[in-house]
Design a protein around this ligand. Structure first.
Ligand SMILES: [Zn+2]
Length: 341
């Protein structure tokens, strides 16, 4: 090959080369141990001195140019390969992220509730799951041997004083003691009871405690709060009724029931053929509960409520068996749809 055409022929061939194998062959052909450049160097050695003076510098320049264009092509191919690898890796990363999963329906429901209460000026507080008898019962107007203890079958860590909290009211009794009113607080959390798991009960479940302590507040404020919550969670058409209830820590006590999401009120296994589902308990905080926490009931009053979050989740996502919420079957898919009521 003529020395003047070497560079151009190489550039043309490199331009049409996209595979690494092809490029490596070309490189060997031009700058390999027996390549074109080497052949020209060998020919140069046999030339007369006058021609060596002319061709020598030309050949040196050619060698530099050939190595430069080969190096450039090498860089181009290398970065393309890297890019492709990154693309395929990021595709596989996205794929695996998609497979990791999503928030648990309980987490989603708590987040939605938190959002509403934050808008209404509430603070979020938490407390220990391993609790003392004092904060779980006594400070909530349930002294030792009170018959209301039978309503909650307690799991003891160390009888008779250390237990797994049976209700998130235990957080309320701690907050009432630790902070000074006025206060508006919500406390979502996990609670435990020694119960047999069935379609609508579980030994681990979740509650959403809320309470306010203000100079003046009434049951109407409590109902207004509940109405806002039910509408936010289930839409404006939600049907709720309130019934008198007995809870030692409140006076008077009430509880909201919501029309069964599963049978729309005609009766089914989920609502135990009643047509309505108990969504929680509430009432005006008993003056004795306030005074036990060091708050003067002559100056302050409040309302408190505890919601069974699991039931709120089941109603929101049309889940008819509470056990699936804590089951390990990742393939399980409830009928996910919103605002079903
Ligand atoms: Zn029903």
């Amino acid at each position: 090959m003529d020395i003047d055409t070497v560079l151009n022929s190489l550039i043309q061939r490199l331009n049409t080369t996209n595979s690494v194998d092809e490029f490596l062959k070309l490189r060997k052909e031009y700058i390999g141990p027996n390549g074109i450049v080497k052949q020209h160097e060998q020919q140069l050695a046999s030339l007369p001195v006058e021609q060596k003076r002319i061709i020598g510098p030309k050949l040196q320049q050619l060698k530099k140019d050939v190595e430069r264009v080969i190096e450039e092509k090498n860089g181009e191919l290398h970065s393309n390969t890297l890019l492709k690898r990154q693309e395929s890796e990021s595709e596989s990363i996205n794929f695996s992220q998609a497979k990791i999963g999503h928030y648990h329906p309980i987490t989603n429901t708590i987040s939605m509730m938190n959002q509403l209460f934050i808008e209404m000026g509430y603070s979020i507080m938490n407390g220990p799951e391993i609790e003392t008898d004092t904060y779980c019962f006594q400070r909530l107007n349930v002294p030792v041997d009170h018959p209301a203890r039978d309503m909650q079958d307690t799991i003891y860590v160390q009888a008779p004083n250390i237990l797994l909290r049976t209700q998130t009211s235990s957080i309320e009794s701690r907050v009432l003691e630790e902070f000074k009113p006025p206060m508006k607080v919500i406390c979502p959390g996990r609670v435990y009871r020694n119960e047999k798991a069935n379609r609508s009960n579980h030994f681990i479940f979740h509650q959403y405690q809320g309470f306010v302590v203000l100079p003046h507040v009434t049951l109407k404020d409590l109902f207004g709060t509940f109405n806002a919550l039910f509408k936010r969670m289930y839409g404006d058409d939600v049907e709720v009724r309130y019934r008198n209830k007995y809870y030692p820590e409140v006076e008077p006590g009430v509880g909201p029931d919501m029309k069964c999401f599963n049978c729309k009120g005609t009766g089914c296994a989920v609502c135990k053929n009643v047509g309505w589902i108990e969504m929680g308990g509430a009432g005006m905080i008993h003056p004795h509960v306030l005074s036990m926490a060091g708050i003067d009931p002559q100056k302050w009053m409040g309302f408190a409520f505890g919601l069974g979050i699991d039931r709120w989740v089941m109603a929101k996502y049309n889940i008819t068996d509470i056990r699936t919420l804590l089951g390990g079957n990742v393939g399980y898919k409830p009928n996910l749809y919103e605002n079903t009521i």
